[in-house]
Design a protein around this ligand. Structure first.
Ligand code: ADP
Length: 394
């Protein structure tokens, strides 16, 4: 009878029921066997629980990963694939399990790498471009699983699209900066050389040349100031002193700086205060830079005898809407989306001639965002442009 009980209990354990307890009262060999059996089943229950917990932990980690992970066997059938792998390679991990990987994922580069790694057993790193479905660039690491013969391999995928995009933006930026620095420097060099080669003895010419040199040096100086300003705002290291600023006296003081240039072009500067006494929350120097840049652009890109209106009011969401409107040349619709990019200019030659660096609006945008505001633009060619800044109410 005890042997039958023992056999049944062992069967139950084999079927996954580890809660088996035997009770043989006698202290003979059967009694000792029952105690050993109970000890064994307790230990097994604990081991299975630990295994399960570790399995759960592992799958939580794998599912929570941003990187895609796929494990395949030596016949390239999927043993496991996490959600991220499915998202990155556009397949369903559940549906793919147990099936050949390249039935679900059609990518020649990846397939070639997997076949090679299975043959050579050497890990491989590479970049895969997914052109047909999107413009994604994936970094892929393929590593053989340990064991002889090799039981399969693990593929780890990570999205490098943003990284590559930023890299190309950086390269473009460096190319732009170098070009912008080179142009005025070449002029300065040309004028100086001409002066040295004899032009300095001609009082008419030397004055003109020196003025041109000064003009180009000013451009270089402005460009460097703008670059420093942009870098410090973008790095987030610039400390802003956010206070409540009453708009009317502030705008009036900003206009004083611009009045002279406006008068020289007979441009009228108008203030329209729709809700009196409004205050905004911003840093004084930053707000000065925002308004200064927008008004300066408005003057630059408005022909003589135009009109520039600076108005503000509360919008529906209790933000302060501050607008700078001009009756200038306007901007074509197709350029509006890129207007706030660094170095973007509708007409490069014209902007340079007017002393522009192409950085003004990107500085303005970054400042506005640092003050938790937004900026937008409306424009019609030949009629004028309106730049709208929304800032928190002070
Ligand atoms: P820039 O130093 O060239 O003025 P910005 O970043 O301030 O650089 O402006 C980028 C470009 O946006 C300008 O080159 C110009 O083409 C266009 N732009 C900016 N403000 C206006 C405006 N008020 N009217 C027409 N075009 C404008």
């Amino acid at each position: 009878r005890p042997l039958t009980i023992l056999t049944n209990a062992a069967e139950s354990i084999a079927n996954g029921d580890y809660d088996q307890k035997l009770y043989f009262p006698q202290q003979d060999e059967l009694g000792i066997l029952a105690q050993s059996f109970n000890h064994m089943s307790r230990e097994m229950a604990e081991r299975v629980r630990q295994l399960q917990a570790s399995g759960d932990r592992l799958s939580t980690v794998l599912e929570g990963m941003v990187e895609g992970v796929i494990a395949i066997n030596e016949r390239q059938h999927v043993l496991f694939a996490n959600e991220s792998a499915g998202r990155l390679l556009f397949f369903s991990p559940e549906a793919a399990e147990g099936k050949a990987l390249f039935e679900s994922v059609r990518n020649h580069q990846l397939q070639k790498s997997v076949t090679e790694v299975l043959k050579t057993l050497e890990p491989q790193r590479m970049e895969v471009e997914l052109e047909s479905t999107s413009d994604r660039i994936l970094g892929v690491t393929t590593t053989p699983l340990p064991g002889t013969p090799c039981p399969g391999l693990v593929i780890v995928l990570f999205d490098m699209t943003e990284l590559r995009r930023l890299e190309s933006l950086r390269q473009e930026f460096v190319a732009n900066v170098s070009h912008e620095l080179k142009t005025p420097l070449s002029s300065i060099k040309a004028y100086t050389e001409t002066l040295i080669r004899g032009a300095m003895d001609d009082p008419e010419i030397n004055k003109t040349f020196l003025l041109r040199i000064e003009e180009q040096a000013d451009r270089l100086h402005q460009l460097i100031l703008d670059l420093i300003s942009l870098a410090s705002i973008e790095s987030g290291n610039q400390v802003f002193d956010i206070i409540s600023i009453e708009l009317k006296p502030f705008v009036e003081s900003c206009l004083v700086d611009q009045q002279k240039v406006a008068e020289s072009k007979q441009i009228e500067l108008i203030i329209e205060e729709k809700d009196p006494g409004i205050k905004v929350k911003a840093d004084e120097e930053g707000l000065h830079q925002i308004l200064g840049n927008l008004i300066n652009n408005a003057i630059k890109y408005t022909p003589d005898q135009g009109r520039i209106t600076i108005r503000w009011q509360l919008d529906k969401r209790n933000m302060v809407l501050l607008q700078v409107q001009d009756t200038g040349i306007g901007i074509e619709e197709k350029h509006l989306a890129r207007l706030f990019e660094r170095f973007f200019r509708v007409d490069k030659a014209r902007s340079r001639e007017l002393g522009g660096t192409g950085l003004g609006l990107s500085i303005v945008k970054h400042l506005v965002q640092s003050f938790k505001g937004t900026i937008g633009v409306n424009s019609k060619v030949g009629e004028g442009s309106t730049f709208s800044v929304r800032l928190p109410r002070g």
